[in-house]
Each structure stands twice: as structure tokens, then as C-alpha cells.
Design a protein around this ligand. Structure first.
Ligand code: SF4
Ligand code: SF4
Length: 162
């Protein structure tokens, strides 16, 4: 479900515009109530929820596309750095509301190793379902856990007859 900015709550601070990896959070032209952010291309939304968790006003909701959640279901998120928690409000189509609370998970700035700093993986791994650097990033090396063995499938040649 893509994000949706509630204009009445938006102060136009720009945090969501800066953080959106898809560059689809844009500003309206400044009007009577100042500039407002809006999701300009909901179909291109990665649904990463960065904007939702980052908005200091709680102005960004997650809403379903009209074709499969037409009755007003929505997800709201409030990130509280004082309590170090993220509060989720899930509004169902039938009026049911559920709340979830999770701790904020933070990663120290600069602590993530970029892919270029990992050794080049062996070529046979290219034909397995494993992601590049996956084993090391998940801490498998430190835990002394081996990657599960994966049988690389034979290449099947398909003969196309014209
Ligand atoms: S982060 Fe929130 S308040 Fe700031 S521009 Fe985006 S929607 Fe508006
Ligand atoms: S959910 Fe992610 S991709 Fe979608 S508008 Fe927000 S920041 Fe951008």
C-alpha cells in the first residue's frame, strides 16, 4: 500500500521529500496554507514506509489502492524518539482498530559495510538463491554457521523450432 499525506497535518518540513528513495514525495505549490507534501506517483511507491516513520507530524498514512481496499482501511505510524518506540495503528475496513508498539531499531551511522568492501563471491553462487554478501551480513561468519548446501540446477537447453 502506498503512502498518503494528510494535508491538514503536514507542515511542509520536507523530511519525507528528502528521505524518499523513489523521489516521488513532492511539494505542492505554496498556497494559502503553505507548501504541502504529496505522493506524486503512488504506483511507483516502494512501500518502504520511510516517509511514514520519519514524518514528525504523523501526517503520512499508508492507504490501499482503491481497487483492493476501497472501504477506507489505513495504517498510521507514530515514531516517538523520547520513548524509543514506533506506534502502529491499523484501521480495518470494518472499523476495527489495532495497535502495535515496537522499539526503534537504529544502526550507527557508517556502520554498514558497502557491497564493494566484500570479497567477490565465487561464480557458482550466482546460480543459487543466495543474495550477494548475505551470509556475512546476517552474521553467519561470526556464528560459525555454514550456508545450507544448494544444488545448482543443470542448465536446460530449450530447442526452439521455427
Ligand atoms: S515529513 Fe510530514 S510534515 Fe514534513 S513535509 Fe512530509 S508529510 Fe509534511
Ligand atoms: S513509502 Fe517509501 S517510496 Fe513510498 S513515498 Fe514513502 S518514502 Fe517514498
Amino acid at each position: 500500500m502506498p503512502s498518503y499525506v494528510i494535508p491538514a497535518k503536514c507542515t511542509g518540513c520536507g523530511d519525507c521529500v528528502n528521505i524518499c528513495p523513489s523521489h516521488i514525495m513532492r511539494f505542492t505549490k505554496s498556497g494559502l496554507f503553505g507548501r504541502k507534501a504529496y505522493n506524486a506517483e503512488p504506483e511507483m511507491c516502494w512501500e518502504c514506509y520511510n516517509c511514514v516513520k520519519h514524518c514528525p507530524q504523523g501526517a503520512v498514512q499508508i492507504r490501499g489502492y482503491q481497487d483492493f481496499t476501497p472501504m477506507g482501511g489505513a495504517v498510521e505510524v507514530y515514531r516517538d524518539e523520547k520513548t524509543n518506540r514506533v506506534y502502529w495503528t491499523i484501521r480495518y475496513r470494518n472499523g476495527t482498530i489495532k495497535y502495535f508498539v515496537f522499539p526503534i531499531r537504529t544502526t550507527p551511522w557508517g556502520s554498514i559495510k558497502p557491497p564493494t568492501e566484500y570479497p567477490e563471491p565465487p561464480k557458482e553462487l550466482l546460480r543459487t538463491p543466495y543474495l550477494s554478501c548475505e551470509h556475512e551480513q546476517l552474521g553467519g561468519n561470526k556464528l560459525g554457521v555454514e550456508l545450507p548446501r544448494y544444488k545448482v540446477p543443470e542448465v536446460v537447453k530449450v530447442e526452439v523450432r521455427g
